[in-house]
Design a protein around this ligand. Structure first.
Ligand code: SME
Length: 151
């Protein structure tokens, strides 16, 4: 099971105090994008100060124009206000969706909590239709919990 193998590697990256927080976040993106074949864009968005918007953090994959996303807009902006995982099996069926690339078929966004506050999220795009299961949600919740220790 790939997730079981990746969990200790996530922990190793998080505890690598010789690296900056952003370097560690980027290494998590690289780890996930490299080892999970249906993860084609992996990135972090964080609340932009006290503004009601998200700011793009470290990511791997195609560059995106959406470096700032207002709360409520797109899948990411909805997670900023709902505080809940959002699994989208088919992005073309979503009205409130911000397209970054025409190759993307599905998306999953999982919030990151620090002291109970939703401070950001991990965002994964997939070029495979309907690829995400509960195992992805549990794994990404684990990743987000580890990341929250850094912030
Ligand atoms: N699709 C996202 C926007 C971010 S990109 O996927 C990188 C959304 O609808 O919020």
């Amino acid at each position: 099971m790939i997730f079981k193998k990746l969990k200790p590697q996530v922990e190793t990256i998080v505890s690598d105090t010789k690296k900056t927080v952003n370097e560690r976040l980027l290494n998590i993106c690289k780890l996930l994008e490299t080892h999970i074949n249906y993860y084609n864009w992996v990135g972090f968005y964080f609340r932009n100060g006290h503004k009601e918007e998200l700011l793009l953090g470290p990511y791997v994959g195609e560059p995106t124009d959406h470096t700032i996303i207002p709360f409520g807009k797109g899948i990411c902006g909805q997670v900023a206000v709902s505080n809940k995982n959002f699994v989208v099996p088919d992005v073309s069926a979503q009205d409130n969706y911000i397209a970054c690339s025409i190759t993307v078929k599905a998306e999953i966004v999982v919030p990151i909590f620090v002291n109970g506050k939703n401070i950001g999220q991990i965002d994964i795009d997939s070029n495979t239709p309907d690829p995400f299961t509960e195992a992805d949600e549990r794994f990404l919740e684990f990743v987000c919990a580890k990341v929250s220790e850094l912030l």
